[in-house]
Each structure stands twice: as structure tokens, then as C-alpha cells.
Ligand binder design. Structure first.
Ligand SMILES: NC(=O)c1ccc[n+]([C@@H]2O[C@H](COP(=O)([O-])OP(=O)(O)OC[C@H]3O[C@@H](n4cnc5c(N)ncnc54)[C@H](OP(=O)(O)O)[C@@H]3O)[C@@H](O)[C@H]2O)c1
Length: 270
């Protein structure tokens, strides 16, 4: 195995939504593999301490303002990123939000907020950055999906629709931009405790229920995503495009009991 397949030295990655949570995990993994970084938030000042952490690794980093619900903001961020580094090699389309509600309570505004942020936002960020990647003949775009890209969950209708859309968008963009040297894949995390969902993890009964359904018997930890994001951002994935890679401890296997709590060896035949 050639380790340079995973070496990102000399490459520049934009990771959107790096003020907290998974965006910071992705950014750190790419920086440790050698990449310089463009960090983004709607509040640029909130990136200051994380930018210092990236510099401490010996990588360059610039912090830019980005609101993915605003097309001008997207175009400005892409132009400033290019002006700062000359070339953008990698985009991790991570910025996102959620509204958890029973479907009957979802409002028009809830729907627009979630779908505009997660799906429309990801598309127009990809478009603005891909224009610049295509001009250089190289790019790796990693759209962040979710287990809800492939599974239905009550209480997550707009979110699931946006994440299912991300999976489909990934395939369409892969087909559009492959001929220009740009690959587009979807990294779909399972359940990771972050600001977005921390309230769920305060309920031990729910945590036990979750763990019971995850084949590796624990929720995700920050570094569980490192290998997948570096793979999809690097030369190692050069012939992989349009794919959705689930990093979820196996919960997307279905993880539904089919044996009514009795081991198969006890003759639990249909
Ligand atoms: N946590 C999980 O288990 C999980 C699983 C699968 C997928 N995901 C997805 O992974 C991504 C990160 O999740 P997370 O749990 O780390 O969420 P989080 O802690 O809430 O962080 C969300 C990030 O997105 C940014 N953001 C939100 N709205 C934005 C907007 N309109 N424009 C620009 N940036 C915006 C936020 O930045 P500012 O507020 O600073 O602007 C923040 O940095 C999300 O897309 C989420 O849906 C999460």
C-alpha cells in the first residue's frame, strides 16, 4: 500500500460549518493528513480558537464568513478562498441543520429552513467551488449525508428529505463533473453526539435503545470519521464517484430483531 495515496500535503480543503461539531472533526482529519484549510461559519469570530488549533499543526488556515442560505455569501466565500490559496482541491459540504418534529407539526418555514440549508445550500456551494475545480481539472467533493439518506425516521421528515436529496444530488453531480476530474461522493455519518442533537443523549433510555440497534454497540466518536473523509478527499478514491459511504457502526444494516430475543442456534426457524 502506497501511503502517499492518503497524503494531502500541498492541498487545500474548504470545510463548511467548522464552528463546532463534525465540521471540526473533518477539518482536523484533513489537516493531519497534510491539507491547508478554509474554515467557515456565519459568525467568523467563532472560528478564531479552532483556527489556532489548525495552525498549531503547522497548517495554513483562513476563516471566512458563509451563510449557505445566501447565494451572494456562497459566491463571496468561494472567491475569497480561491484568492487566499490559488486552488481549492477539496470541498467538504458539511454545514447543516435539523428540526425534529412530528410530520403533522412541520411548518412551511421549518421545511424551507432545513431543505434550503442542507440541500439547496450544499448544491450551490458545490457549484461555486466546482466551477473553480473544473478550471484546474481536479477536485474532490464530499457531501455530508446521514443514515437518513437511506433510512426513514419518524420526526425527521424535512431532514430525511434533504439527506436523501444529498445522496441523489451526489450521483447527479458525479455524472456531470467526472469528465472534468472532479469526483463527488457522499459521506453519511450515523449517530454522533454534537450540539445539533445533544438533547437526545441526555435521555439514557433513548441512548440504550440506540446502542441496542448499532451492531458495534456504541454511538460514533469523533475520530471514527477520519479514515472515510481522508479517503474520499484523497488520491486513494480516484476511481470512486457518486457513492454514499455510511460510517455508522452498521445501524444502516437494518438492525431490527428478527428472532424475538432468542438465539438462532436454539432452533428459531420460520
Ligand atoms: N451529529 C450527527 O450525528 C450527524 C449525523 C449525520 C449527519 N450530520 C450532519 O453533519 C453536519 C454537521 O453536524 P453537527 O452535528 O456537527 O451539527 P452542528 O453541531 O449543529 O454544526 C452545524 C454547523 O453547520 C453550520 N451551519 C448551520 N447553518 C448554516 C448556514 N445557514 N450557513 C452556513 N453554515 C451553517 C454551523 O455554523 P454556524 O452556526 O457557526 O454558522 C455549524 O458549524 C450537518 O450537516 C448534520 O446534519 C450530523
Amino acid at each position: 500500500m502506497n501511503n502517499s495515496l492518503f497524503d494531502l500535503s500541498g492541498q487545500v480543503a474548504i470545510v463548511t460549518g467548522t464552528s463546532r461539531g463534525l465540521g471540526q472533526y473533518f477539518a482536523m482529519a484533513l489537516a493531519k493528513a497534510g491539507a491547508d484549510l478554509v474554515l467557515t461559519s456565519r459568525d467568523r469570530a467563532s472560528l478564531a480558537s479552532f483556527e489556532k488549533e489548525v495552525h498549531a499543526l503547522g497548517r495554513r488556515a483562513v476563516s471566512l464568513e458563509l451563510d449557505v442560505k445566501n447565494q451572494e455569501s456562497i459566491e463571496r466565500m468561494a472567491a475569497e478562498a480561491e484568492a487566499a490559496f490559488g486552488q481549492i482541491h477539496i470541498l467538504v459540504n458539511n454545514a447543516g441543520c435539523n428540526v425534529r418534529k412530528p410530520a403533522l407539526d412541520v411548518t412551511w418555514d421549518d421545511w424551507n429552513h432545513v431543505v434550503d440549508t442542507n440541500l439547496r445550500g450544499s448544491f450551490f456551494v458545490a457549484q461555486a467551488v466546482a466551477r473553480r475545480m473544473i478550471a484546474k481539472g481536479y477536485g474532490r467533493i464530499v457531501n455530508i449525508g446521514s443514515v437518513t439518506s437511506v433510512f426513514g425516521y419518524a420526526g425527521l421528515a424535512p431532514y430525511g428529505a434533504s439527506r436523501g436529496g444529498i445522496r441523489q444530488l451526489t450521483m447527479s453531480l458525479a455524472d456531470d463533473w467526472g469528465k472534468h476530474g472532479v469526483t463527488v461522493n457522499c459521506l453519511a455519518p450515523g449517530w454522533f453526539r454534537t450540539e445539533q442533537n445533544k438533547v437526545l443523549y441526555e435521555d439514557q433510555e433513548w441512548v440504550d435503545y440506540l446502542i441496542d440497534r448499532i451492531p458495534v454497540k456504541r454511538p460514533g466518536q469523533p475520530h471514527d470519521l477520519d479514515g472515510a473523509v481522508v479517503f474520499l478527499a484523497s488520491e486513494a478514491s480516484r476511481y470512486v464517484t457518486g457513492q454514499t459511504l455510511l460510517v455508522d457502526g452498521g445501524i444502516s444494516t437494518g438492525a431490527m430483531r428478527a428472532t424475538v430475543n432468542r438465539p438462532l442456534s436454539s432452533g428459531n426457524k420460520a
